[in-house]
Each structure stands twice: as C-alpha cells, then as structure tokens.
Design a protein around this ligand. Structure first.
Ligand code: BG6
Length: 492
C-alpha cells in the first residue's frame, strides 16, 4: 500500500489573470469580458449572488466598454476585475511570498487581451509577452514550476463584438494564434499547460465560459453547446500543437467538478444522479480525455432539440487531441433528486440541492472533504490519467488586525480536511500529481465580483470598491501551508 504523498508532489497555489493581475489599461492591454462585469454598490450578499446580477446583458456590456475607469462616474457600480489584486505591479513581491511558503508550482493564467489586445491583431503585443516572460522566469528563479492556464474566462471584447463569442467557429483560429504564440514564446518556461479553465462553465455561466450574452441569442441552449463544440476543437488542436511543437509537453483538461450523491435510495434519484454526473461532469472530460462524444449526450441533445454543427474531420480532431492529465476544481458536493421542492443552497456556478449532513460556508457552499476522495477515485477509475487538483479552497470573510495579523482557523481546518482526504485517495492508489490552493492570494471573486470573499493565505488590503493600499499580509494559514509543504503533507 502507498503511504502519504509521493516525492515531488506539486504543492502550490492558483490564480487567474482577470482576478489577480489588474493593470487593465497598461502595457498595451486591451479590454476583456471580465473587465466588463459590474458589481452594483450597496447590494446585499444575496443580491450579488443572484443570477440576474451575475448575468451579462448588452446594455451592461456597452456601458462597461464606454467606462474608462474602475467605477462608473455616478457611483452606481464598480469594475473590480480591472484592478484585481494589483499583481501586475507587485508580482515580484508575490512570487517571493510564494517561494517563502515553499510552493513547488504556481498556477496562473495569461490575459489574452494583454497578448492580443483585440484578439485578432496581426502581431502580439511585445510588452505583454515580456511581462509574462518575466513572471514565468521569476517562478523558476525561485524554484517553482509553472502551470499555465491559457484561457481563464477572459476574452478580448473585440472578439465578442465582431464574432459573438465561441458560438462562432472563427474563434478557434483566433485562439490557436494565441496558443501558438504561447508555445513559441514560453515553451521553455511552462511545465503544465491548460488550454481552458473549467470547460463545463460554458454550460453553467455562458458569459464566462463561452463569451455569450444571453439577450443576443435566439436559441441559448443551441448556442451554448455549439460554442462548447468549438472550445473542444480548440482544446484538442492546441493539445496536438503543443505535442508537436514541444515534444514531451504535458497538456491537461479541466472541469469544475460537481460531485453528486443521490438524495434518497429511490431508483429515480439514482437515475437522476447518473444523469447529473453525465451532463455536468463526464461529458466534458469524456470528450477531452477519451476523445469521443459520449453516446449518452445524443439522447440529451435530442430531448433539447440541440443539433451540433460539425464539419467532416471534427471527430478525428477530438480523437487525436486527447490530454495527458485531468484537472479539476473542487469546492463542494450536492444532491441529485427528482423532488423539485428539495431545499436548495448556493454552490460554485450552480444552485445545489442541500445535503443535511454537510456544513456550509458563509456563501452557502457545502463543505465535503470526503467528496474529494470520492471524486479522485472516480476520475482515476474512468481515465487512468494523472490527476491534478487545480483549485480547492475556502472563500470567507477575514479580518485584518491592527498588528497586521489575520487569524483564519476556519481556512486551516478546511485545507487540512481536504488535504487529508486527498492523501486518503493517494493511499487508495489514485495517481494525484499536484494540488493548487485556489486564490492563494486574495483576489476578486469570480462569482460575486467582490474582494470580501477571500480565499488567500495572503491577505490583500483592498475592499469591494477598489479602495485600499493593496499591501500584502500573511494570514495564519500561510505558516500552516508552509509547514504542510515542508512535511510533504505528512504533518497536517
Ligand atoms: C472557479 C473559477 O469556478 O471557482 C475561479 O475557476 C473562481 O475563477 C473559483 O474564482 C471560486 O469561485 P468564486 O465565485 O468564489 O470566486
């Protein structure tokens, strides 16, 4: 039996450019879709979490494009993604802190519009490339490997205006120009490539995942799955390109993993659980890891009147572009039930059926460390490919004390319990190669667009309206994770 984490296990932290970087109008960067997501001032937590508030509309989009600062002049709303956590100006300090913690790997994403400001520019923006070369090289200089997400939700607005997002097949070519540029420029600096963050987000948050604005779509579901088909092609072609240009390169896929338990032992709930797993999880990883469109989706598409427009050769592309490893984000689990009146709670990207046995975070996300062990076993059984926990962490309200300390025992407990469950999975025989805490440094929440939902083991002094010094402070969880890494997860 295996004991504990293997030598060389990749302990790290994760961020995304739109949430951490800032510098939205510097260095030749163009505007992207995340820069356009407003958060209304004075809203309650429930209002910020409501679907209406998260939804992009043509009106909001146009208004955001016209706004040239981080807040509307009338004070009605802010655009916090434009400021992020100011890593653009503080990346050296951040990397020093990560290295001090002993991190073995940093998962970060590039901003597409920092490299191609409009997406379709004939040449990349050298200043953007130089910024990323500095930060990626800076990781290696400090002994950290690099896990690079090539697209984490943020698409240049020009591509949305001219192509209408991923429902347009022309997006594939634009994306592949980005991919080729990244492989050419950073092939010597990236250890693990991730063509897309959370592929299934396209289904659950179509603005983030596939750059669709709902009121511009006549048939939303059709557009979503067509757009996903284009992302699958782009992912497979990028994977193949990486393997050809950079022999031996490691390219992965990623989903937001929604682990479902049947709410009761009723056969109907069991069947619902099977379908929930297929439609929310397996579909995406089956395409990218097995290289096939699974049969169960034919019936699903038929029931919704969805017809995927494919060109000859598309299925070959998917078959030839399968990934080397499978990664996922893991935050919570939920129930599957046919009972429409079952109590609901919030979860990452979705509203979930509540499980009476699980505690919830302040944001209603059900905490379930054992579900991580279950998920890892299920993924390993199905694909037999190395697994990477690309995101896991606790969004919570933290308090910066007068002496600069932040006491976050709740986060330490969350991380300890999840890492212990991951260690159990390793001892079950699952091949887990790495774990990156989400939001290793506080950043703007993707779902509710606010700084006050904090994930970091490093505190950033900024509020929801982009006020603050943006100075960094170590939370208690910083020293805890440092010790966890130093003992290779043996002493939690
Ligand atoms: C994942 C995303 O879905 O969840 C991240 O990849 C996101 O971008 C994370 O930040 C946590 O979600 P939230 O809404 O709490 O920021």
């Amino acid at each position: 039996m295996r004991k504990g984490f293997p030598e060389g296990f990749l302990w790290g932290g994760a961020t995304s450019a739109s949430q951490v970087e800032g510098g939205w109008n510097e260095g030749g960067r163009g505007l992207d879709t995340q820069d356009c997501r407003p958060v209304g001032r004075g809203l309650t937590r429930a209002q910020k979490n409501s679907w209406d508030h998260k939804q992009m509309t043509t009106g909001k989009f146009e208004r955001a494009i016209a706004c040239t600062t981080t807040s509307e002049a009338d004070g009605s709303c802010d655009y916090p993604f434009r400021q992020g956590s100011d890593e653009y100006h503080r990346w050296e300090e951040d990397l020093d802190l990560f290295a001090e913690m002993g991190m073995k790997i940093y998962r970060l994403s590039v901003s597409w519009s920092r490299i191609f400001p409009n997406g379709d520019d004939p040449e990349p923006n050298r200043e953007g490339l130089e910024y990323y070369r500095r930060i990626l090289a800076g990781c290696h200089e400090r002994g950290m490997k690099v896990f690079l997400t090539m697209l984490h939700y943020a698409v240049p607005v020009h591509l949305v205006k001219t192509l209408g997002g991923w429902k347009n097949r022309a997006m594939v070519d634009q994306y592949l120009r980005l991919a080729k540029t990244l492989f050419t420029e950073f092939g010597d600096l990236v250890d693990y490539w991730l063509p897309f963050n959370e592929m299934n987000a396209g289904r659950f948050n179509p603005y983030n995942g596939v750059a669709l604005i709902k009121d511009q779509e006549e048939n939303y579901d059709q557009a979503i799955f067509q757009a996903l088909h284009h992302e699958f092609l782009a992912s497979a072609l990028a994977t193949k390109m990486a393997h050809e240009m950079l022999p031996g390169s490691q390219v992965g896929c990623m989903i937001a993993r929604f682990c479902h338990y049947p709410a009761t032992c009723k056969p109907e709930d069991q069947l619902q659980q099977l379908h929930d797993e297929q439609y929310t999880n397996w579909f995406y990883t089956d395409v990218m890891a097995r290289g096939i469109y699974p049969e169960y989706m034919e019936r699903y598409f038929d029931s919704k009147g969805i017809v995927i427009d494919m060109e000859p050769g598309d299925l070959d592309v998917l078959r030839e572009g399968t990934v080397d490893f499978v990664s996922f984000s893991y935050y919570f689990t939920q129930l599957s039930t046919v009972d429409e009146g079952w109590e609901k709670t919030d979860g990452n990207l979705v509203v979930a059926a509540a499980n009476p046995y699980l505690p919830k975070s302040e944001w209603g996300w059900q905490q379930d460390p054992m579900g991580l062990r279950i998920t890892l076993n299920q993924l390993w059984d199905r694909y037999r490919k190395p697994l990477f926990v690309a995101e896991n962490g606790l969004g919570a309200t933290d308090v910066l004390e007068a002496d600069g300390s932040v006491h976050d025992p709740y986060r330490i407990k969350y991380l300890r319990d999840h890492i212990a469950a991951m260690r159990d999975a390793v001892e079950d025989g699952v091949d887990v190669i790495g774990y990156t805490i989400w939001g290793i440094i506080d950043l703007v929440s993707c779902g509710s667009i606010e700084m006050s939902k904090r994930y970091g083991v490093i505190y950033v002094d900024a509020d929801d309206e982009c006020n603050g010094t943006y100075d960094r402070y170590k939370k208690d969880s910083f020293a805890w994770y440092q010790h966890c890494i130093a003992t290779n997860g043996a002493d939690l």
